[in-house]
Design a protein around this ligand. Structure first.
Ligand SMILES: NC(=O)c1ccc[n+]([C@@H]2O[C@H](COP(=O)([O-])OP(=O)(O)OC[C@H]3O[C@@H](n4cnc5c(N)ncnc54)[C@H](OP(=O)(O)O)[C@@H]3O)[C@@H](O)[C@H]2O)c1
Ligand SMILES: [Zn+2]
Ligand SMILES: [Zn+2]
Length: 352
């Protein structure tokens, strides 16, 4: 074991503060990574504040962070994909049982034995896993991704959650040229969804509550922008969408979006608000519309997404911050005041 610097929260109401955690020495299949950048996902905030207590209660101290890009510093003797010096990435998962139906299908995110990057049982050291708000991490090579060399590391980090979470459902639901696609909420996930839907050739409409984001939405690849609090603007799109991705982190009216679907259209939820959403049966019944959810994506698809980003030169629009600004960043995230993802420069941890 060795010590690693990190930022952790001591309770649901405590700020994140500097701490030391222990990491395991790399075993045969492990890759040790010096973390360069870690994105701030709204899930980090939900988890730190124990907003998902009914589904995944938070164990404190909590070190969040699952959008990790770094440099390989050491590998175990059985590691084949990486060598010291390589750029590498880690997303939301660090282990699974590898044997179940889900794992065999490359859908590790649905494995009953899934271990998430933070707040899940750590079978090596006991306690729970600690995430990427840290200077170092050790992960089994199966869960470590290759990063296309030409992408900038700060903007690549958010691809590991915001990227795959939006790419995967779009591939699943057949987003392509000729399809009309909506993206609800222009935050970290939403802005990646716009980039992917545009790159896949769809007609993209952004729904936002922030009038000030209109120009950005168009620049990011939207064909149209709708202010979702304006009922007239919403009404113009009634019954017209093939697919809508909802990436909103807070309570909102999902029925307003179901009503915009054409026959057999689908709304997929990736946003995970604290409170249940009220769904009207009639919105779904009429038009055989469907409402579904999606969670990140499997490891093979995450690599495919990163390679797609390499090919199309796609990264996240980031505001790079030192770790010392993380609590301020959380407050801004709650105000939808980030363009469009915070990426923590972990070199700032050296000062702690
Ligand atoms: N399913 C998964 O696997 C998965 C993975 C990662 C994250 N998530 C979840 O996805 C959600 C979004 O994450 P994120 O990191 O993209 O968050 P984010 O950057 O905070 O973006 C959320 C966006 O939602 C919109 N919004 C906020 N409050 C709203 C309200 N009251 N009514 C309507 N719209 C509102 C805002 O966009 P506008 O300003 O444009 O309105 C905001 O930028 C979170 O709940 C997160 O936990 C799920
Ligand atoms: Zn996330
Ligand atoms: Zn499994």
């Amino acid at each position: 074991m060795y010590n690693s610097k990190a930022y952790s929260a001591a309770s649901a109401t405590s700020p994140l503060t500097s701490t030391k955690i222990q990491r395991r020495d790399p075993t045969e299949k492990d890759v040790q990574i010096e973390i360069l950048f870690c994105g701030i996902c709204h899930s980090d905030l939900h988890q730190v504040r124990n907003e998902w207590s009914g589904v995944m209660p938070t164990v404190y101290p909590c070190v969040p962070g699952h959008e990790i890009v770094g440099r390989v510093t050491k590998v175990g003797s059985g590691v084949k994909k990486f060598k010291p010096g390589d750029l590498a990435a880690v997303g939301c998962m660090v282990d699974s049982d590898r044997t179940c139906e889900q794992c065999k299908a490359g859908l590790e995110q649905f494995c009953p034995g899934l271990i998430l990057t933070y707040n899940f049982p750590d079978k090596h050291l006991g306690g729970v896993t600690y995430g990427g708000y840290s200077d170092s991490v050790v992960v089994d090579e199966h869960f470590v991704l290759r990063v296309p060399a030409k992408l900038n590391p700060a903007g690549t980090a958010p691809l590991l959650c915001a990227g795959i979470t939006t790419y995967s459902p779009m591939r699943h639901w057949g987003v392509k040229k000729g399809k009309k696609v909506g993206v609800v909420g222009l935050g970290g996930l939403g802005h990646m969804a716009v980039k992917f839907a545009h790159a896949l050739g769809a007609h993209v409409v952004v729904f936002t509550t922030s009038p000030g984001k209109k120009d950005d939405a168009l620049r990011l690849g939207a064909d149209e922008v709708v202010l979702s609090r304006n009922a007239n603007e919403m009404q113009k799109h009634a019954g017209s969408f093939d697919f809508i991705l909802d990436a909103v982190a807070a309570d909102h009216d999902i029925n307003a979006y179901i009503a915009l679907l054409r026959r057999d259209g689908n709304v997929t939820l990736v946003g995970a608000p604290e409170k249940p959403l009220g769904v009207s049966a009639f919105g779904l019944i009429m038009g055989r519309r469907s409402l579904s959810g999606s969670a990140i994506g499997g490891i093979a698809e995450t690599q495919q997404m990163l390679d797609f980003c390499g090919k199309h030169n796609i990264t996240s629009d980031v505001e790079v911050i030192p770790i010392q600004k993380v609590n301020e960043a959380y407050e801004r995230l709650l105000k939808s005041d980030v363009k469009y993802r915070f990426s923590i420069d972990l070199a700032s941890l050296k000062a702690e």
